[in-house]
Write a protein that binds this ligand. Structure first.
Ligand code: FES
Length: 87
């Protein structure tokens, strides 16, 4: 598991292996919009403030993935122990 902080919302969640970042955040009350929940539509795309995303989507392009500045919390995860998102 790893922690994700939704900085604007002032909420930090621990994401278990069986759940998505999006689900953990929404369950905790973060106002994150999702649609496809399969990493293809981009609805959930969120800016990354700290930490390294583990990209699993097909929406962002190679340069966006490499930048580490944006991620799709419906499918993507975290390479380290903690991710801070701008939401
Ligand atoms: Fe479609 Fe995340 S909800 S990419």
């Amino acid at each position: 598991s790893f922690d994700v902080e939704a900085r604007q919302s002032g909420i930090t969640v621990t994401v278990a292996p069986h759940q998505t970042i999006a689900q953990a955040l929404i369950d905790a009350g973060v106002d994150l919009l999702t649609s496809c929940e399969q990493g293809v539509c981009g609805t959930c795309a969120t800016a990354v403030l700290e930490g390294e995303p583990d990209h699993r989507d097909q929406y962002l392009n190679r340069m966006e993935h490499a930048s580490g500045k944006i991620m799709t919390p419906c499918v993507s995860r975290c390479k380290g122990a903690r991710l801070v998102l701008d939401i």
